[in-house]
Write a protein of this length. Sequence first.
Length: 151
Amino acid sequence: CTEDTVLPLDFPVDSPSGKITHIPIKKGTRVMINNAYFNRNKAIWGEQADEFLPERWIGKKLDEVTRPGPRLPGVYSSMMTFGSGSYACIGFKFAVMEIKVMLAELIVNFKFEPSGTESTWVNHGVQFPYATKEVDNPDRFPKLYLKVTKL
């Protein structure tokens, strides 16, 4: 923060001393936003917030998540993946286009299935999948096991 301020909360938090509706922040304090939580907040996305539901962004459902509003400030589909406001990613439209092109190519040319290897997701600022059997190995590297078959 560049000056002392008070951060109002959209959703009050229960505490032993009552409901917290705002947080005082002193000048010089670094404020971080947990995008993984924001993009899975049940108050915004409903009880299925943790599920991958592509239909959220198709047809009339798209209108629900792209409508601007104070609860949903992201620049893309009301998610914080690309940030918000003056700190939003200026290349988000290009990134989304790249993702769509790559997914279209992969889906048309390959079949993807679970491999049977259990994965554990570990948060290092960004979440990475590791084979559960390797999660404690210091030499591990992120990988998501899938059975991929060329069509």
